[in-house]
Design a protein around this ligand. Structure first.
Ligand code: TPP
Length: 469
């Protein structure tokens, strides 16, 4: 008898260090069968080069040692989110999310539900073995009533542990899914039906028709405490009572295929389209001392715009730069901060934990961030902030009446322009004043009447600095 070679899987698996044809699955486990069904369907449909399988946390975690296609790993339950991201970036990809019942039905259920509701283009293969396999047999959402597990030693009691979760039926409440079917891999007849379901789910991906979900009732002899035959019988006799097999929904014949994706614009093309990209590209300049700045205050004080302005000036000066905002939960009145890095080399991280320059427009941010400033650095703080905390040794603190000055000049929203002037006057950004001013003008591109006004305010702040410092 000749045995058909498995297609779509690697020639040998190197998981244990030496090449082998054995997977890590226990005898009688359904995972291996399901792996094989997916691999074969992927090849038979000509999708191998386009397939990316998102591997779960759980017994299926090592799928990437076996499936000969693109593979990525996801955090527990997050495969649908990763699959979504792949979908958005690579419309040509066939995305498969492979997950167990703990992964999909417990920790990641909202991920699953939302991805299904959005109708993400992915085939989800859901292995329901009624238990957390990898971690040693704890109760899963799909554990049957009365079933003993390590965390339900007297049997699952619905009064305290709820009822088994019927994932197919829950997803069937949603509009978007194209195909939902429950199958089993407990015997040959069932495996043939499962094979058809896997094909159908992948055909839907091939045709760009949308979300497809296949649940597999699958034996886990080790954690069910049964031998392989009995575990398969348990699946057929007990699990199928709770989880009836069959197609719950198939709208593949009428579902519309999505339009082919226009190729994503290259980064260059994107910036060419952007009206802001008039500055020449960055230039490497090893002699430029990298400056890391942090701007902090309340939302509504123009903190984020101030940071953008400085980053824009850096861009005009051909420096490498990043602008990295962080917001409090509130829109206005909550804390707002952003970090700006200005460098002569590509920026490794946009996060600024120890700034060279800290601009503080309110008391909480001064108290929170002043002690993080590097020795030799500068804090520019609004004069309304009482300096209760001492800045670290070697840090210069400049108290500047940015808010007062802007109020006096009749433009209370312009305290950030005053702070920009202070940065220019203290020469702490490493940038030329002309570029800071050009960036200031650019920030009012859509409100040209304010350009002149802000230049005036800037000069007033400079005059204050000259007189008082
Ligand atoms: C955030 C997080 N929580 C818990 C775990 C521990 N953990 C790893 S696998 C697993 C259970 C997976 O069970 P299931 O999804 O049913 O897959 P099976 O192993 O049965 O195939 C758990 C709880 C983890 N790795 N990460």
């Amino acid at each position: 008898m000749t045995q058909k070679k498995t297609v779509g899987m690697y020639e040998s698996f190197t998981r244990s260090g030496r090449p082998s044809r054995a997977t890590h699955y226990c005898a009688g486990c359904g995972h291996g069968i399901i792996h094989k069904l997916i691999a074969e369907a992927m090849v038979e449909l000509g999708l191998q080069d386009r397939t990316i399988i998102v591997n779960p946390i759980g017994c299926g975690v090592f799928g990437y040692y076996y499936w000969d296609c693109g593979n990525v790993g996801a955090a527990h339950g997050r495969a649908p989110a990763i699959g979504t991201a792949i979908n958005r970036m690579r419309r040509d990809a066939v995305v498969i999310s492979y997950q167990g019942d703990g992964d999909l039905g417990a920790i990641g259920f909202n991920n699953t539900f939302q991805a299904a509701s959005r109708g993400e283009h992915m085939a989800v293969f859901f292995v329901n073995n009624a238990i957390y396999g990898m971690t040693g047999g704890q109760m899963a959402p799909t554990t049957l009533e009365g079933m003993k597990t390590t965390t339900s030693p007297f049997g699952r009691d619905p009064l305290t542990a709820g009822y088994p979760l019927h994932v197919c039926e829950v997803l069937n409440q949603l509009k978007a899914p194209v195909y939902i079917e429950r199958v089993s891999v407990a015997d040959t007849k069932r495996i043939m039906q499962a094979r058809r379901a896997v094909h159908r789910a992948l055909e839907i991906q091939r045709d760009g028709k949308g979300y497809a979900f296949v649940e597999f009732i699958s034996p886990c002899p080790t954690n069910m405490g049964l031998d392989s035959v009995k575990a398969a019988l348990f699946c057929m006799a007990e699990m199928e009572k709770e989880y009836p097999l069959g197609c719950v929904r198939d709208r593949s014949a009428t579902a519309l295929a999505r339009a082919p994706h226009a190729p994503a614009p290259s980064v260059e093309a994107f910036f060419q389209q952007s009206e802001q990209h008039q500055a020449p590209a960055e230039e490497v300049d090893a002699s430029f001392k990298e400056q890391r700045l942090k701007f902090t205050g309340y939302g509504g004080q123009g903190i984020l715009s101030l940071g953008i302005c400085v980053a824009e000036a850096a861009r005009l000066e051909k420096r490498f730069t990043t602008w990295f905002p962080s917001y409090g939960p509130e829109q206005r009145g909550g804390s707002a901060a952003c970090s700006v890095v200005i460098s002569g080399r590509p920026v490794g991280s946009p996060a600024v934990d120890h700034p060279d320059v800290l601009v503080c427009m309110n008391q909480p941010s001064y108290e929170r961030f002043a002690h993080d400033v590097r020795p030799g650095g500068t804090v520019i703080v609004d004069a309304t902030v009482p300096l209760m905390e001492k800045a670290p040794e070697g840090v210069r603190v400049i108290s500047m009446p940015a808010i007062d000055l802007s109020l006096k000049l009749g433009v209370p929203q312009a305290a950030n322009t005053m702070m920009l002037a202070a940065l220019a006057q203290l020469e702490v950004t490493g940038l030329k004043r002309e570029h800071l001013l050009e960036a200031l003008d650019a920030s009012f591109r859509k409100k040209p009447a304010l350009i002149e006004k802000n230049r005036l305010l800037f000069n007033e702040a400079v005059a204050w600095m000259e007189k008082n410092l």
